[in-house]
Ligand binder design. Sequence first.
Ligand SMILES: Cc1cc2nc3c(=O)[nH]c(=O)nc-3n(C[C@H](O)[C@H](O)[C@H](O)COP(=O)(O)OP(=O)(O)OC[C@H]3O[C@@H](n4cnc5c(N)ncnc54)[C@H](O)[C@@H]3O)c2cc1C
Length: 382
Amino acid sequence: MAQTFDVCIRGAGIAGRTLALLLARERLRVALVVAPPSGGAPDVRAYALNAGSRGVLEALRCWPDEEHATAVTQMQVFGDLDGRVVFDAASQHVDALTWIVDVPALERRLAEAVRYQPMVEVVSEPVAAPLTAICEGRASSTRSEFGVDFSVTPYAQHAIATRLHCEHPHGQVARQWFTADGILALLPLDGPDGHSVAVVWSVAREQADGWLAADAEDFTARLEEISQGALGRLELAAPRMAWPLQQAVASRWCGAMPDGDARSTARSWVLVGDAAHNVHPLAGQGLNLGLGDVQALARILQERGYWRGTQDLRLLRRYERERKAALAPMGLAMDGLQQLFSRPEAPVQVLRNWGMNGFERFGPLKDWMARQAMGLAQRSQA
Ligand SMILES: Cc1cc2nc3c(=O)[nH]c(=O)nc-3n(C[C@H](O)[C@H](O)[C@H](O)COP(=O)(O)OP(=O)(O)OC[C@H]3O[C@@H](n4cnc5c(N)ncnc54)[C@H](O)[C@@H]3O)c2cc1C
């Protein structure tokens, strides 16, 4: 007899694979549609993942080892005048504010776990299932095929990512500089004693090609200048890659399969991760939000009454409401910060640096913000 599935997941990025493993744990039969390998260079990025994301990946035994998931004990954020904000793990009563996770290492762990999970079958084409979860990332073709409006606000910036070897140890500190011509983040890698960092540098779109092609020495000299020598001499340790930046959200996150689809009868679809929303990477929240989606969807499906199928639109709408509510403050905060630091006028510059110093001194607001970013806010409410 042909294999039947409860859920077909289209897209095997981190969100898609995590969802497949969580649903399989609930004894749902999953088809995971994996795109053919692109043959491109390995991802140079490392993601800041919070305690919420760590929790779910650990439960699936997919959390990378200490060398590939560096605990951050302090975050230093510098404005473009004298503004400065410091977040400290000790003052938040946690061991780490976040972890900087090597993307290829995490992807390997997830791929391996999927390989050994008998409830997940890897397929190359979408298959019929009561529920189709679309985890195809920001350029999802299924989302467009299903006629879902994706409202995109492009930023006039590209993010350049790479890795650096640095003269001084990073000391488990994540550092970020807001400057007139971009936002630079240097994120600690290779464990507590590491001498390397992941770079995310958001620069004006027109400058991106120039910095991608620049001599390695000119590139690192500019980063040393912005970072005011905080890590000493910097040396390029990986290729440079760039991503155009945008804020985006889908109008609908779930629905019945379109009529034209041969597999449409009593079947539904749902959007998850970057296929549903994109935020600016300045606070490293995109995948944290995506893994929040994955956990919410898995929990709602797990808690459903025995008479409800995975395609039940009441459940899927509950998921959509819950996750849109979680996205709204994060999207607004990222967009607000990006806009504030893209204004060149001197009074705005003074005001934003004054605001940063005020924020630094105002404990309750700072603590609230830190708990949101650490993914602890929802947990303490739960
Ligand atoms: C420079 C940069 C830095 C970032 N830093 C952070 C950070 O520090 N912390 C954080 O939380 N987030 C960060 N993000 C955001 C993060 O990259 C995304 O939120 C995350 O990758 C989304 O995961 P996803 O699985 O939803 O989508 P994707 O990673 O885009 O994966 C989608 C998958 O679907 C596949 N696919 C696409 N179409 C199809 C199809 N038709 N059929 C089958 N498969 C398909 C793709 O090949 C891919 O494997 C950053 C983003 C950028 C650009």
